[in-house]
Design a protein around this ligand. Structure first.
Ligand SMILES: Nc1ncnc2c1ncn2[C@@H]1O[C@H](COP(=O)(O)OP(=O)(O)OP(=O)(O)O)[C@@H](O)[C@H]1O
Ligand SMILES: [Mg+2]
Length: 256
């Protein structure tokens, strides 16, 4: 993974939004501002959902047609990933636009296990092992879907941190959850590429990304995570990282 020294690679959509919400000198808009911007746009989101469904069904049919050509199969896989990403993005925006809160008591360990289950197929592809051995239920109060998004974003970043590693090297992600009387502490540790100190703040900005993605909007994961942890769970997020050694993202969430 290549980290630019002074500049951050952000996509064109990001600069479009920055033009809308602030100059180059002001901090980039937070995702909640993006939601504000989208308030009048929920119709557009809805109108985009239907052609997207048609698109992903067509791609599925193409895949099921049993095309032999290797190059064509690769294009189909890329198109599939892109449509999945678009669906996730649209549902994210929809959630941000809706005022509905679904607060309840939930077992955080159970949510983490669920997120890992879904991520395992991606992790298996890149030969990354995800270890999580909770020894007890850990209850939190809040929106469990949002908590799930936090966990899956952080773990998928940890899996991505091994993107440039050779296939047969040991690649491990360790997820831990601990509780004490007042707080729940969740950490996700990887031994991947790591993040230089001068970027520890920038990575939480919307649209900051170092990943070469050809589809969807990239660089939103950590800004969404930070927003959810701070605003929905009144918690704190911390990153410790050494380039070449790996990273640990830690969340401390007050129990309520
Ligand atoms: N565990 C990690 N190890 C190394 N770099 C990381 C890690 N987590 C985040 N980063 C860096 O922070 C950047 C921003 O992360 P973020 O999750 O916001 O966006 P993204 O992963 O690039 O795209 P998206 O999550 O929207 O698909 C990443 O592109 C990467 O450079
Ligand atoms: Mg991410």
């Amino acid at each position: 993974m290549i980290y630019p020294e002074n500049t951050t690679r952000r996509n064109q959509f990001g600069s479009f939004l920055r033009r809308l919400f602030g100059s180059a000198d002001t901090p980039p808009p937070h995702f909640s501002k993006f939601a504000e911007f989208g308030k009048g746009a929920s119709g557009i989101i809805h109108d985009l959902s239907n052609p997207l469904t048609v698109l992903s069904l067509s791609i599925e049919q193409l895949r099921n047609a049993g095309i032999e050509n290797r190059k064509a199969r690769k294009y189909i896989e890329t198109a599939e990933r892109a449509s999945r990403k678009m669906k996730l993005f649209l549902s994210d925006v929809k959630r941000q636009l809706s005022d509905k809160e679904t607060k309840k008591r939930f077992d955080a360990s159970f949510e983490i296990k669920g997120a890992i289950k879904l991520l395992r197929s991606i992790a298996r592809e890149s030969k990354v092992k995800i270890k999580f051995r909770p020894n007890q239920a850990v209850f939190l109060c809040g929106d469990q879907v949002k908590f799930w998004r936090v966990v899956s974003n952080i773990i998928s970043n940890a899996v991505d941190s091994y993107a440039d590693f050779p296939p047969n090297q040991n690649k491990l992600v360790i997820v831990r959850i601990k509780k004490d009387r007042k707080t729940v502490r969740l950490s996700v540790r990887d031994f991947g590429c790591g993040i230089p100190k001068h970027l520890h703040k920038a990575i939480f900005e919307p649209f900051y990304t170092t990943k070469q993605k050809h589809e969807g909007v990239a660089g939103l994961g950590l800004s969404i995570v930070k927003n959810i942890i701070e605003n929905d769970f009144a918690g704190k997020i911390k990153v410790e990282s050494i380039p070449g050694r790996g990273s640990t993202f830690t969340f401390v969430i007050p129990k309520n």
